[in-house]
Design a protein around this ligand. Structure first.
Ligand SMILES: Cc1cc2nc3c(=O)[nH]c(=O)nc-3n(C[C@H](O)[C@H](O)[C@H](O)COP(=O)(O)OP(=O)(O)OC[C@H]3O[C@@H](n4cnc5c(N)ncnc54)[C@H](O)[C@@H]3O)c2cc1C
Length: 490
């Protein structure tokens, strides 16, 4: 058995690392269990062939989709989770995205936007979120696009990148979908874990998979630890689920079922449901002129006619785009096209639907986990996304750029969220506004699973902010009890 601690965290992505940082700095004894290992610090995580074409760092875990077809979702199991690979576009949700929007199938949050304001600010400050100057090619595209298509406007895209990245030609062109060996990207490991790695009250177990939640003997509703794949048990006063939106719900589902709590917990039928992924399309726009921008991802495009959608440039340079052009095109021509191209990432908020879900592996699914997602279940979102693709393509055409689009299918789980949604009512949600699983003592969720809405922008800043907020409340509560126990025993 391992040493007991105050808080045990499962997973080191955005949610797990932010909580660990706060709780360790508050003086609590924290253990973080991460299934993956540290990424190599050499240039392998910047190598287009290994990262993009061979997918060497991606998880190879096989899942079934809703029709029983095998596939591998875009998941990453390594220290820092998916944030090591993210594009570091770190945006706040808009105030209206905390409210219900019935037409778009979006439920309300159990908290108000103001409840996250201070934590958004804290996360932005720690992550060094900043705006970068718009480079010449993108300036020209945005100017022409907003002039010829007045429904569109652009604003600066806040990025979690070091200003020094502009001086590193390779990293400036390879941060979106790549991991930074030089530490020029504000990912969860660099910002939240590295500063606490040597703290005496912090224990980090990498390469260790949590297989089960463990309860107090005699009370199945009081979670007091976890079991690891090697059979060891780690006990804690509080357990935080932060394994990511495809994985946390499966741990919880398995626990509730094996502990015989399915009928006792009104939140059980919601576990794994209301999965959101954003409706996503990648678009490559080709122009007659060569493009030489490096960072690229510096502006956000919004349309007054598409309130649930946004567009951001991909941080891919022409060389990388050239390698993504189908092999049927001769390589010299693909390189020429790549050098004249700009990539864009189009995203639309998907609503919540109970049948969009994650299920733990079972005999019925041939021992494989299931991700059942169909965009047709959220028709308003699908209609808006189709309009987004049409309108942005036309707007680019008016600037003289010809655009080619490809929808990102259900394997594109980069932005997955909402499988343990936060809500006031246990009959329609899984955790309460304080992050605690309805009906289970000492079990909290701090990853993207909690998001009731996916919003029109990327999720990480909101996950960091939620996690810091839950950690702040927990540290006050746990420190108070610790102090009370100490003074009673003196
Ligand atoms: C290519 C790419 C680009 C992206 N770009 C952006 C962007 O620009 N902006 C943005 O906001 N977001 C972006 N995202 C999304 C963002 O990375 C995720 O939303 C965020 O990392 C989710 O945080 P999380 O804590 O929920 O989960 P994760 O970051 O996935 O972390 C979960 C961790 O739990 C570990 N784990 C899983 N199961 C277990 C287990 N049983 N035991 C122990 N550990 C376990 C995993 O290994 C992982 O490290 C991008 C993602 C990708 C892949």
């Amino acid at each position: 058995m391992l040493k007991p601690c105050d808080v045990l965290i499962i997973g080191s992505g955005a949610g797990g690392s932010a909580a660990a940082h706060h709780l360790v700095r508050a003086g609590l004894r924290v253990a973080l269990v991460e299934k993956g290992l540290e990424l190599p610090r050499d240039a392998r995580t910047l190598d287009v062939q290994q990262v993009v074409h061979e997918g060497r760092f991606k998880s190879a875990e096989t899942w079934l989709d809703g029709r029983g077809k095998r596939f591998a979702p875009e998941e990453y199991f390594n220290l820092g989770g998916k944030t090591k690979w993210y594009g570091a576009a770190l945006l706040r949700y808009d105030a209206r995205e905390f409210l219900s929007d019935a037409e778009h199938q979006c439920p309300a949050w159990p908290i108000q936007d103001q409840d996250l304001t201070a934590y958004y600010a804290q996360a932005e400050q720690m992550l060094g979120v900043r705006e970068f100057e718009c480079e010449p090619d993108l300036s020209r595209i945005s100017r022409r696009l907003t002039r010829t298509s007045p429904a569109w406007r652009t604003e600066a895209l806040p990025l979690g990148l070091s200003p020094r990245i502009a001086d590193n030609a390779v990293e400036a062109r390879h941060f979106d979908g790549f991991a930074s060996p030089a530490g020029l990207k504000s990912d969860a490991e660099t910002v939240f874990l590295n500063p606490i790695r040597q703290s005496p009250n912090f224990e980090l177990l990498t390469g260790s998979t949590v297989t089960d939640l463990v309860a107090q003997s005699g009370d199945a509703t009081a979670i007091e630890g976890v079991r690891l794949a090697d059979g060891r048990v780690l006990r804690a006063r509080v357990v935080l689920l932060a394994a990511g939106a495809l994985h946390s719900p499966r741990l919880l589902q398995r626990y509730i079922e094996s502990a015989g709590l399915t009928a006792r917990l009104p939140c059980y039928p919601n576990v794994g449901r209301n999965l959101k992924m954003h409706l996503l399309t990648a678009m490559v726009a080709v122009s007659p002129r060569r493009m030489s921008d490096a960072i690229r991802k510096t502006r956000l495009f919004l349309s007054t006619e598409l309130p649930h959608s946004s567009v951001q440039p991909l941080g891919f340079d022409g060389e990388l785009i050239g390698t993504l052009i189908p092999k049927i095109i001769p390589r010299w021509l693909a390189r020429q096209i790549g050098n004249r191209s700009y990539g864009f990432f189009l995203q639309t908020e998907d609503g919540a639907h109970r049948d969009n879900c994650v299920r733990a592996a079972s005999a019925a699914s041939a021992g494989l986990p299931v991700l059942d997602y169909d965009a047709a279940r959220t028709p308003a979102a699908l209609a808006e996304h189709e309009q987004l693709v049409r309108r942005f393509r036309s707007a680019l055409l008016r600037t003289g750029m010809m655009a080619f689009a490809e929808r990102i299918g259900p394997a594109g789980t980069a932005h997955v969220s909402g499988t343990l949604t936060a809500g006031a009512n246990p009959a329609s949600s899984v955790v309460d506004g304080d992050g605690q699983v309805h009906g289970l003592q000492s079990l909290y969720v701090v990853d993207g699973s909690v998001l009731p809405r996916s919003s029109r922008v990327n999720p990480s800043l909101t996950i960091y902010a939620w996690s810091l907020r839950i950690a702040q409340a927990l540290s006050s509560r746990l420190s108070q009890t610790t102090n009370a126990i100490r003074s009673a025993s003196t």
